[in-house]
Design a binder for this molecule. Structure first.
Ligand SMILES: NC(=O)c1ccc[n+]([C@@H]2O[C@H](COP(=O)([O-])OP(=O)(O)OC[C@H]3O[C@@H](n4cnc5c(N)ncnc54)[C@H](OP(=O)(O)O)[C@@H]3O)[C@@H](O)[C@H]2O)c1
Length: 311
């Protein structure tokens, strides 16, 4: 297929492009920062610079390339610190997920593009009650924490718009495997504490596994939503010490819930109440088997110094 990957220079894009070309697909990789042209070319894609927030440019690019498939992997999180105002950190990413998705869908319709896949997110979104591993049919959090409303709404918009258009929204787990990632930086500096009992559950995914599932979704996925997460959603108190060890950091500090609430506000419930996601549908329908079924092996493999990949 002729596939247009939006965000080809990013953490997932750079893993995805070689897997697509390895399966015989022709890839056009878009990026925004001019300095990334060689990175995209080296990954095996034909590089095209494109600002997803410019709907006219999106339309022109898609009509010119006439891709058979579009995969939207653009986010804008690099270098942005996390705070109690998650919506501020995610403001541009939220626009990429709403305006960007809408512009791509409109252009795809006009160009006759048959397949459409977009990056969504699984952790911290499902209702914070009941079972710990939610399926795609389980309800989302009806009352997201203050400071995260716009971010949750943007993801919901993407899920809905893409599904309605007959495309596929991939609710990835938390990505890991990039040495430059913000979480690894914080954990190395012991600035990612264990809050309260650390009972909030996170679902993770190694970037290579996320890319592999994306290729399968492109080739065989049915319209709708898939959780692309590993087999072991786990509470922070379990995965954080393992991550710290994999990174060669000291053990995480502890912060009581009341203090965390003062500092972080409502978003701290992600660390104490969140639910994870089940990957059963992706395993069943896509025939996908993660190479790293648990973050237990994945963190160790991803952050071994000789295997770490800078993005
Ligand atoms: N599921 C998850 O856990 C998850 C999801 C997203 C990101 N992250 C993490 O967050 C870190 C930083 O991520 P990031 O958001 O900077 O993502 P990234 O994956 O490093 O890059 C995002 C991609 O989107 C492109 N992009 C950004 N703004 C754009 C725009 N206006 N128009 C078109 N393309 C645009 C970027 O292009 P240029 O680089 O050329 O500007 C890049 O190709 C990474 O370590 C990543 O793993 C995690």
């Amino acid at each position: 297929m002729r596939v247009m990957v939006i965000g080809a220079s990013g953490a997932i894009g750079t893993r995805l492009v070689p897997q697509l070309t390895g399966r015989g697909h022709e890839v056009i990789g878009t990026f925004r920062s001019p300095g990334n042209v060689e990175r995209v070319r080296a990954s095996g894609a034909r590089p095209v610079v494109l600002d997803l927030l410019d709907p006219g440019a999106v339309r022109r690019a898609v009509l010119e390339i006439r891709p058979e498939a579009i995969i939207h992997e653009a986010t804008a999180l690099a270098g942005r610190g996390f705070s109690r105002k998650l919506d501020r950190t995610f403001a541009e990413t939220n626009r990429l997920r709403t305006e960007g998705t809408d512009a791509l869908l409109a252009a795809a319709r006009e160009a006759g593009t048959r397949r459409f896949i977009a990056q969504s997110f699984a952790p911290y979104r499902y209702a914070r009650q009941g079972g710990m591993a939610k399926t795609e049919d389980d309800p989302l959090d009806p009352a997201p924490p203050a400071g995260a409303h716009e971010t949750n709404a943007a993801m919901a918009h993407l899920d809905q718009a893409v599904s309605d258009a007959g495309g596929i929204a991939l609710r990835y787990g938390g990505f890991y495997g990039a040495t430059g990632d913000q979480l690894a930086r914080l954990v190395r500096k012991r600035r990612f504490p264990l809050i309260g009992d650390g009972g909030g559950v996170t679902s993770w995914i190694h970037l290579d596994d996320a890319a592999a599932a994306t290729v399968l979704a492109l080739e065989d996925g049915r319209p709708g939503i898939y959780n692309i997460t590993d087999d072991e959603p786990a509470p922070v108190r379990e995965w954080l010490p393992v991550l710290a060890e994999a990174l060669g950091a000291g053990p995480p500090r502890r912060v009581p819930s009341w203090l965390a609430r003062l500092i972080m506000g409502g978003v701290m419930v992600m660390m104490t109440e969140a639910r994870g996601a089940s990957n059963a549908k992706a395993r069943r329908e896509l025939g996908w088997t993660p190479r790293y079924p648990s973050w237990r092996q994945g963190f160790a493999a991803a952050y071994r110094p000789q295997e770490a990949v800078a993005v």
